[in-house]
Design a protein around this ligand. Structure first.
Ligand SMILES: CC(C)(COP(=O)(O)OP(=O)(O)OC[C@H]1O[C@@H](n2cnc3c(N)ncnc32)[C@H](O)[C@@H]1OP(=O)(O)O)[C@@H](O)C(=O)NCCC(=O)NCCS
Length: 212
């Protein structure tokens, strides 16, 4: 089994641990966290992010970001860049009970959780969270470092820019373009294109505020 280190000992990390154990492909050597100490589930917290270079030089070549950032996706982007500069490989973690088309393209560092479905022609760039029971329909293009929350449904041929968060239980109808650094509130229904840097809520989804 290859060794892997996890970053961020919060609730999202517990779900990632489950996925890793379900695949039987990686041995988790520990979790880094800038605040917490002790254990998360049965995995030791081995220090803050300063120990990552040392861990890499000792032969652990895989890492995974376990922070489920919601409103500020840039935190995950920063950690991704740090891990890549050290040299880590970020694998694709896919729960055994998720469904991913043979005709979908999935970038590095993506985590595809239980019950998620990704259909043919979809392309998901690196470092995204495709959360529990979310649906990415055919031909969607999802940019770098997006979070598709549990039970969100993204209709066919939707595009989403980078660093965007699609809230829990929301619906994006087919052919809509959503920009970068966008947040879609829980339970919203998006029927129109959304520009960069917007927070959108409601049914139908309306811009509530600018995020910049
Ligand atoms: C949209 C969201 C990010 C807003 O958070 P926020 O920036 O802290 O904004 P506030 O809570 O101050 O709300 C701002 C306004 O939007 C409204 N609002 C917030 N979320 C809403 C939602 N999901 N649907 C409808 N209206 C919403 C609030 O009532 C408030 O309205 P007001 O200004 O008229 O009083 C948050 O409510 C949300 O839905 N997050 C998604 C959570 C999620 O997906 N979790 C997944 C975990 S895995």
């Amino acid at each position: 089994m290859e060794k892997i280190v996890l970053i961020g000992a919060g609730g999202h990390c517990k779900v990632i641990i489950d996925i890793i154990k379900s695949t039987n492909k990686y041995e988790i050597i520990g979790i880094t966290d800038n605040e917490k100490k002790g254990y998360l589930l049965d995995i030791p917290i081995i220090g803050n992010d300063d120990v990552l270079s040392d861990i890499y030089s000792k032969g652990v070549k895989n890492a995974f970001i376990c922070i489920g950032a919601l409103n500020d996706m840039k935190i995950r982007e920063k950690i991704f860049n740090n891990l890549k500069s050290i040299g880590f490989k970020l694998p694709i973690l896919k729960h055994k009970n998720s469904i991913v088309s043979l005709y979908a393209e999935i970038g590095e560092g993506n985590c595809i959780m239980a019950g998620a479905i990704i259909n043919a022609g979809a392309r998901i760039e690196s470092n995204c969270i495709i959360n529990t029971a979310s649906i990415i329909e055919h031909d969607c293009k999802i940019g770098f470092n997006c979070h598709i929350s549990p039970n969100a449904s993204i209709g066919g041929n939707v595009t989403i820019g980078h660093n965007s968060h699609i809230g829990i239980g929301s619906i994006i109808i087919q052919n809509v373009n959503i920009g970068s650094n966008v947040t879609i509130g829980a339970g919203s229904v998006v029927i129109n294109n959304i520009d960069n840097d917007k927070l959108v809520v409601g049914i139908p989804g309306k811009v509530k505020k600018y995020k910049k």
